[in-house]
Design a protein. Sequence first.
Length: 207
Amino acid sequence: MDLYGFSLLLGSAGLATMALGGLGRHAHRGHVRGTGRGHHHSHGTRHGNPASHARHHHGVGSIASRFLWTLLSPRVGFSLLIGLGATGTLLRGTLSDGLLFAAALTGGILFERTLVTPLWNFLLRFASVPAMTLDDCIAEEGRAVSAFDRDGHGLVALELDGQIVQLLATLRKADRDAGARVRMGDRVLIEDVDSVRNRCTVSVRRG
């Protein structure tokens, strides 16, 4: 099996797995939202204002970080593999190796942007009724977009209904007292959310 056949096979298997798992996860969250979230309380206002550099990073780096997170999305990767593999397989033998790869990569990008993205967004809207809110992100995993300062303040990003959202975050007191540090790209666990002020409390994700 050549590169294009393998890409087509891997992308198809990965995207199908994500689609089935995503629909099931959204359906489960819709049930949990109606039965298991009432006991959470927002504590985002207990802490002081986040450091000014975190707010500055949010304003300057939001576009770049959203673009990076889009590229890192498994769904985007699998879609590109399908498009690349299908285009390469169809055009194999008609172009030289370099031109074939360039054409296949272009086909992968077009496939992801013009077909998969609109279809995926439609399916997510259908599967996530009622729509998720920030409160549903408690106990979910996020990633640090910026390194947290010494007071435990920083910026985190997480996926909400297929979209990447960013929140000003405060590291929980137990982790701060233990000397834990959060660096850019580290995984964190959402412990609490202040959806009114777009803030959250997080803990260090271990393991």
